[in-house]
Design a protein around this ligand. Structure first.
Ligand code: FAD
Ligand code: MLT
Ligand code: ZN
Length: 468
């Protein structure tokens, strides 16, 4: 089912649909579409097709289905689980050209966007109407709305607005055989059957190609206050996070960076954090970034809540103006880039029940070292959602032993957590999905997949284990 050597007749047919400039088969050009952001996952493709709208996407899918060619949909290619690249010679369907932003519907606080619109473009478009997109993440200049729905992306504001699925008020998609399904009215109450938007959110390109999304928008909260809080232990940071969630109504983000990740990002930036001790080296120590956002200045509310944490916080810095706030955020937003500059990590993104969170943060370094004594765990994440990113580097920046992934994810499952908080399963966690999902659930997944994609042409190497 892979594209292999592509038939000249098919290339002619695709060229007739999207134009010669958008059917790419020069290996030097297609190579750029075949390696992921982390550099851990790379393959090859004989064919990249770049449709310009829904009708072209449908015609392309019809042609590929007719030729039994498997396809990997790709947006900004910032996914972190190897799901956006052709690993077995599939064709790549690049969705970046579907970048139309329709006028914002201010009465409904919604907007319909092409799947290839980047998050940054969507944010700017919504801001022109005094509205904002509910999901925000550091890859905003490349990640696309289609890719973010396909992964059910999370990011830094989930505690206030929910993840990407919660933003979807309507969806348009092309199915494996080229059929278009479109439900974009965005009616808040609409109980007319299955919710295809919810189903496609988190489907990782396995059930349909998302072409347009009707997004819910939120009132902009222009007044902001940001605090960087230093703690001696993870347990103190977890207790403080819970207290802030209870007491700050305008809480907008609640992020964490733990000891060794703070050391790395601080070296990468060439700046030490204004609070907390870097003596922890690879050991303890934890920092929280808490941001409050509201229509009127939330600094008193945040300040009072921070003052009440007196017995937990070692030290705190509060910033109000955008430049000073950005200086605090740099210690969190640049962690991924700092790790990538240090090597090729295994990225394990997990959620723990609140009651087991501190135990996990304290226990996981030992679990990693037991699986690979030379591996270095780096912990950070969205603590307000119970979401910890466990990144693991091997010696000299090489990949760690594969056993690390299995050991960490088993530990997560034992503690009642999820092996994927926000990045998805992709190809990276295929063999561990059973840790969170029963055989009956996996059979139901397979039945849905077969119903919508009977020939198995849509992203065949991700999400569903081959024997599910
Ligand atoms: P891609 O990487 O191109 O694709 C991701 C998956 O979606 C693939 O399975 C692909 O086949 C599928 N897909 C893409 N487009 C479509 C479409 N139109 N129709 C159907 N399927 C499609 N993620 C978070 O959740 N939270 C974060 O905080 C976060 N921060 C990040 C920070 C950095 C620096 C980086 C590099 C990544 C981060 N990510 C984060 C991961 C990534 O940005 C998200 O997973 C994002 O949603 C991927 O969007 P994309 O357009 O790049 O999708
Ligand atoms: C983040 O929260 O920074 C992202 O999910 C990226 C990552 O996990 O590296
Ligand atoms: Zn994240």
């Amino acid at each position: 089912m892979s594209a292999g050597v592509v038939d000249a007749g098919l290339i002619g047919e695709l060229t007739g649909i999207v134009g010669a400039a958008h059917v790419l088969h020069d290996p030097e050009i297609t190579a750029g579409y075949a390696v992921d952001w982390t550099r851990r996952f790379a393959g090859a493709t004989p064919l990249v097709i770049r449709p310009g709208d829904t009708a072209q996407t449908a015609a392309v899918m019809g042609a590929l289905a007719g030729a039994h060619i498997a396809v990997v949909p790709q947006g900004g290619n910032t996914g972190l689980v190897g799901g956006s690249v052709p690993l077995a010679g599939e064709a790549v369907l690049s969705m970046r050209r579907l970048n139309d932003c329709e006028p914002t519907d201010e009465l409904a606080s919604q907007v319909t966007l092409g799947a290839g619109v980047t998050l940054g473009e969507a944010q700017a478009h919504a801001a022109a109407s005094g509205l904002s997109v509910g999901v925000d993440l550091a890859a905003r200049d490349s990640a696309t709305i289609g890719g973010m729905v396909a992964t059910n992306a999370g990011g830094i504001n989930v505690l206030r607005y929910g993840a990407m699925r919660a933003q979807v008020a309507g969806i348009e998609a092309v199915l494996a055989d080229g059929t278009v399904v479109s439900h974009l009215a965005g009616l808040e109450k609409d109980n007319t059957g299955y919710d295809l938007g919810s189903l496609l959110a988190g489907s990782e390109g396995t059930l349909g190609i998302i072409t347009r999304v009707r997004l819910r928008l939120h009132p902009t909260q222009p007044e902001r206050a940001t605090a960087l809080l230093a703690f001696a232990t993870a347990a103190d940071a977890v207790s403080a996070a819970a207290a802030l969630r209870r007491s700050v109504a305008s809480l907008h983000a609640l992020e964490a960076v733990f000891g060794s990740a703070m050391t790395l990002v601080s070296r990468h930036l060439g700046v030490v954090p204004p609070v907390g001790s870097m003596d922890h080296g690879t050991g303890g120590g934890a920092w929280l970034i808490a941001e409050a956002a509201a229509r009127s200045d939330p600094s008193d509310e945040l300040g009072a809540a921070v003052a009440a944490l007196d017995d937990l916080v070692v030290d705190a810095a509060v910033a109000l103006d955008p430049a000073a706030r950005q200086r605090l955020w740099a210690f969190r937003e640049n962690v991924t880039e700092a790790i990538s500059a240090a090597g090729i990590p295994h990225k394990l993104d997990v959620t723990l029940p609140a009651a087991r969170l501190a135990e996990f943060v304290d226990g996981v370094p030992e679990v990693v070292r037991a699986a690979d004594p030379a591996a270095q765990p780096l912990l950070f994440g969205h603590l307000g959602d119970g979401n910890v990113h466990v990144n693991v580097l091997g010696p000299g920046g090489a990949e760690p032993a594969g056993e690390v992934d299995e050991a960490v994810l088993r530990y997560v499952a034992e503690l009642g957590g999820s092996i994927s908080a926000e990045h998805g399963i992709g190809t990276a966690k295929l063999s561990q999905l059973h840790l969170n999902r029963t055989e009956a659930e996996l059979a139901a997944f397979s039945a849905i997949k077969r119903a919508l994609d009977p020939a198995g042409l849509l992203n065949p190497n991700v999400l569903l284990p081959p024997n599910a």
